[in-house]
Design a protein around this ligand. Structure first.
Ligand SMILES: [Zn+2]
Length: 157
């Protein structure tokens, strides 16, 4: 399979034509998302000035993109080179994004999958969005299985 890297903000939020490809070269990577929305919505979207303390978002790989989920329900593509998140939907302040210590290892863990099937969550993410039950570690609850079956059918046999 050809090498298709996991997308980050720098490779996902690109300036649309007729802008030259390097038009946003000096924009901090975490702010590329805001420039991208600005172009599409045709309205000014200023980066927030403050940082929300006491909140952090957990980066995950979703269909070959590093994403983080805003508390408002929106999700944006993020990058380990500038681990901050500003939501163009709800206008929240900057939120720190937690990446795994070994980003390359996480990307390598999904490299054998088709890009659309590349999903990965951090083991200590307390609220892993859309994570299949079988992917969760034992201390995060048990998958639906024997317990439910025996409760429904009397079990014990
Ligand atoms: Zn939001």
């Amino acid at each position: 399979m050809p090498d298709i890297p996991v997308q980050r903000a720098e490779t996902f939020y690109l300036p649309p034509p007729p802008l030259p490809p390097d038009a946003w070269a000096l924009v901090p990577p975490a702010e590329l998302c805001l420039r991208w929305y600005e172009m599409r919505q045709q309205r000014r979207i200023e980066p927030p000035t403050g940082t929300l303390l006491g909140i952090q978002l957990w980066a995950r790989i979703d269909a070959n993109r590093w994403v983080a989920d805003c508390p408002c329900g929106s999700a944006q593509v993020v990058t380990p080179t500038d681990p901050r998140f500003a939501c163009p939907e709800c206008g929240t302040g900057w939120i720190v994004v937690v990446f795994p210590e070994d980003v390359a290892a996480a990307e390598a863990a999904v490299a054998e999958e088709l890009p659309a099937e590349r999903f990965w969550w951090q083991a200590d993410d307390p609220n892993p969005w859309n994570r299949p039950p079988e992917e969760q570690s034992p201390d995060q609850g048990q998958p639906v299985g024997e317990g439910v079956t025996s409760a429904m059918f009397g079990g014990g046999a």
